[in-house]
Design a protein around this ligand. Sequence first.
Ligand code: PLP
Length: 387
Amino acid sequence: MNHRRIKLAQDTISRDDIEALVEWLREDHQLTKGPLTQAFEAALAEYVGTKYAIMVNSGSSANLLMASSLLEAGYLRNKKVVVPAVSWITTLSPFIQLGFECFLCDSDPDDLGVDLDHLEELLRRERPALMIVVHILGHPNKMRQIRSLCETYDCLVIEDACEALGSEYDGVKTGALSLAGSFSFYYGHHISTIEGGAIATSDEHLYSTMLSIRSHGWSRDLPESDRIAWRLEHGIDEFREFYSFYYAGYNLRSTDLNAFLGLQQLRKLPEIVQLRSRNFERYRENLPKLWVQRSEGSFVSSFAYGTFVRNRLELARHLRGMGIECRPLVCGSMGRQPFWIRRYGAMNLDVADRVHDYGLYLPNHAALTADDISYITNCVNEVAIPL
Ligand SMILES: Cc1ncc(COP(=O)(O)O)c(C=O)c1O
């Protein structure tokens, strides 16, 4: 009789974090976005290595804010975007909602980022103004080659680093490898603020546009000098400024309560990242017959252990029976999802389809022990048929 329960994810918010939060709540603090949000943003920017970070209420909101701000601030010479077929729904959906023409790119067979040949074909044929890369399960894309291709075809690059907080490529953190990068702090990600997300960037103009669009399109969150400049440019007096909207914005803000948790989580992040990386290595050693994700990244802050098996459903049922949670390799291919098929018809792409049909991922989190991983991998090896 098996009594083990191995969950896919483990909350990084500990009892101690909750106790500290309760203490903080007892005092008289601003709960909406305030000084702690700013402190969290500064600490995150320092960790990622960018000039600025901006906190929002989810990774999805971070992607929406990047997309709409690039558009509103005039960075894009057309409304065409390349999105990896293997991504997340809200990597893609902001662009669909904003009226972009979206081109799905197949995946690299090793790191599951974008396939360079397919990317070049799309860049040459469609001349998109923008592409977004997704570092799948924490594995950095081939950023050097991607940036060089995009420079040749005059295409801006941004990153969805929601699964890759702490990963590095050429010694630079993911999220800081392009114009802007998004993160998610939802339960199960490297750190959690309950719900939450952020964007890292070193581009001042994009940053101030995002500060405005995050909060209705007003200027209140901008530095004083920008606020005055915007006001004067539009002939607005200081009283009218309270409710003046420079962009058709959203409300994507988080709160100081979430930022309080975020500051505590950031302190633990270096250790969490090391433990996740160590777990990845243990999985790799214990599953020698199965496909392993490899990247050129200098450090992989593993989100989960992804692989391919021929008998995925049988393995998933076996693992469930043994008390182990597992999932499909995230969204599979967007070109095979019902919403895409309904809008554009099914799209077949070699590697993305393989991910869709045979990919799955196994748990990785900081509380997983060597013994847990041996148990999981023994159960996998009993049933899995390599692809
Ligand atoms: C690659 C990627 N992008 C975006 C998101 C969305 O993040 P959130 O759940 O915080 O909205 C996720 C969520 O798991 C993700 O994996």
